[in-house]
Write a protein of this length. Structure first.
Length: 201
């Protein structure tokens, strides 16, 4: 690829994720088109890893739009729960789960778990596909270390942010302003890697 794409389909229907990715990718002058604007339906996430699911989503969007596509698959890994909710983070509380019901289930499972056993991390994998048959997609990963708090705090962000205590800032992810979050978060790190590769490839 000789230059960065001008139009890019974002393979997500998650409003919070779309907003973050549009902010993070905006610096390249790329027009970010959510797949919902093109009536592209979500594809079933049948992969067994963040990488597999991100590839599935990016390929689906690229095939149906005939444009380059980027997909993100992210989740929260809690050590005490042996990596759960992991790839099932968005539906941890079952089909039709909301951010609030997912957080409530996690807090319930972590009741009475001591502070030194509440370690967790956000993981994200970003996949960029030039077209639907791209045999060598760009794959970038980001990790954000923290712990599971005992209560919700903050009104920024989405997902598990209100109960994710960020070690490096000593506050909850939902208390961070978007500039700080985009700089230090799992998604911010993965996008920074992607932008570097798009600019140099």
């Amino acid at each position: 690829m000789s230059s960065s794409p001008k139009d890019l389909v974002l393979a997500s229907a998650n409003a919070g994720k779309i907003k973050e990715l549009q902010e993070l990718l905006g610096g390249l002058g790329i027009k970010i088109i959510p797949q919902t604007d093109l009536s592209i339906p979500d594809i079933e996430e049948t992969g067994l890893s963040f990488v597999e699911n991100a590839i599935l989503k990016a390929r689906n969007a690229a095939n149906l739009s005939n444009l380059p596509a980027v997909a993100d698959d992210s989740g929260l890994e809690v050590d005490y729960l042996k990596g759960a909710p992991g790839i099932y983070s968005a539906r941890f509380a079952g089909e039709g789960a909301t951010d609030a019901t997912n957080r409530d289930k996690l807090l319930e499972l972590m009741t009475d778990v001591p502070a030194d056993q509440r370690s967790a991390r956000y993981q994200t994998v970003i996949v960029y596909m030039r077209h639907g048959d791209d045999p060598t997609p760009i794959i970038c990963q980001g990790t954000w270390e923290g712990t599971i708090a005992t209560e919700s705090r903050g009104d920024q962000g989405f997902g598990y942010d209100p109960i994710f205590h960020v070690t490096e800032t000593d506050c909850h992810a939902a208390e961070l302003d978007k500039v700080t979050k985009n700089r230090i978060s799992h998604r911010g790190k993965a996008i920074a890697s992607l932008l570097l590769q798009l600019q140099t490839c």
